[in-house]
Design a protein around this ligand. Sequence first.
Ligand code: G1P
Ligand code: ZN
Length: 543
Amino acid sequence: MSLHIVPTTPFPGQRPGTSGLRKPVSVFQQPHYLENFIQSIFDVLEGSAGQTLVVGGDGRYYNREAIQILLKMAAANGIGRVLVGQGGILSTPAVSCLIRKYGAYGGLIFSASHNPGGPQGDFGIKYNIGNGGPAPEKVTEAIYARTQQIREYRILEAPDVDLDRLGEQRLGSLTVSVIDPVADYLSLMQRLFDFEAIRDYLASGIRIAFDAMHAVTGPYARAIFQGSLGAPEGSVLNGQPLPDFGGGHPDPNLVHARSLVELLFREDGPDFGAASDGDGDRNLILGRQFYVTPSDSLAVLAANAQLVPGYRQGLSGIARSMPTSQAADRVAAKLGIPCYETPTGWKFFGNLLDAGKVTLCGEESFGTGSHHIREKDGLWAILFWLNILAARRQPVRQIVEEHWRTYGRNVYSRHDYEGLPVEVAEALMADLRRSLPGWVGQRLGSHTVAYADDFSYTDPVDGSTTSHQGIRIGFEEGSRIIYRLSGTGTYGATLRVYLERLELDPARHGLDPQVALAEQIQLADHLAQIRARTGRQQPDVIT
Ligand code: G1P
Ligand code: ZN
């Protein structure tokens, strides 16, 4: 084994986005590309010598190769120990759990989340800090700055580590511990939820279906649902992680989890359905012939938290990302606890959770979580739902409809326009931003504009400010139209339009959201001239 110091030159564009550095596999496969980024991480980590890192990925194409490179570079950069999931597998929430449990210095997750995998798909890398959460912007910006100056990287020339053999191996001065990816995560879930009650509930003839989408949650879901909770074999669908996710798009929404949705919408379908994404941090919740929006899901979890052992002592507060509907705000108001509005991306919840200001947090993009770790957590959300169902013994639909009757329904939808030319999308946003001041107080259709701004956020814990986080147009009766550009795409630009309206009349709660939001949908197009500027007649994805 020998230490190599390899000369290199910077690559442009190694700036981490909403959730780490994400690029097509072919970009990551360029000589030195991954190495430059990893060395830049090591260069900005102070005091990491001799420390422990947690490492794993979602099993996508290039996962094993990337982990071998990381291990050899960790050895050459003086890291003391790496905990790596067997087979290179660790879900994002499991990494967060392990960092916290073992007091690790940080962790690296190889994933492009819900983006497709395979040689033609995407790859990605995220760095998490010692609290278990995504690196905050000052760290990711420092990493990016370093990528622009890098001249060399350090790597140990050594044979590959056997990632399939549990136990310890040496790589120079580095100890590599190959660990069971599921065990520690499962024991955390057992502390939070009433597994016995859920087991009894499932044994009473309730049928569940969980779609792992051939991504990382397969092994976790088999151990939890079919192992610990006694659900019959076959309850976990697509449970084998595959490098190309079986050719699918591992994003648990109504479009990409279509086969699960179709199963749940059959008259004789299962009582409860759920799915998670590539790296296991997102969740989709379905009842029989019923879809729960992620914004409603957060609100329902908050309103029922006292039924769940890990949350029985009450919630300190709730946080939601700005585009997430205000359903959770209404629950928080009733509970008499604060509700924080943060920019898009899980990293903005970290300080609030660390400071004990919030217990639950969520995003409209199928992300829900709590103070148990510092990432959103797909299987956690699903277990939370199962625990509520086991306690209430009512169908999902009934629980949500009752919730609407109590709090009103925040009718909600997101429209995505994908793969737009970057100049077109940026010009649309720039013109929209310029026109904002003129709208306040104006009547648009049947609505009067109460505020129109470009969202900026001051973190209540460290005072840091983040601006340009999306254009908000708020109406006097609480409706909103929000526009922002995706920070996770790898091709062109994606425009997201978020639509929300509060409906207090129970007679109208059953309306299709696209119908209930028709006026806002039209207004959103009118204000931003989406169709005219993009030539698109409708969104690519509606959730
Ligand atoms: C998307 C979601 C956002 C989420 C992120 C990572 O980011 O909108 O809520 O935190 O993926 O899963 P976007 O592409 O909108 O920047
Ligand atoms: Zn994800």
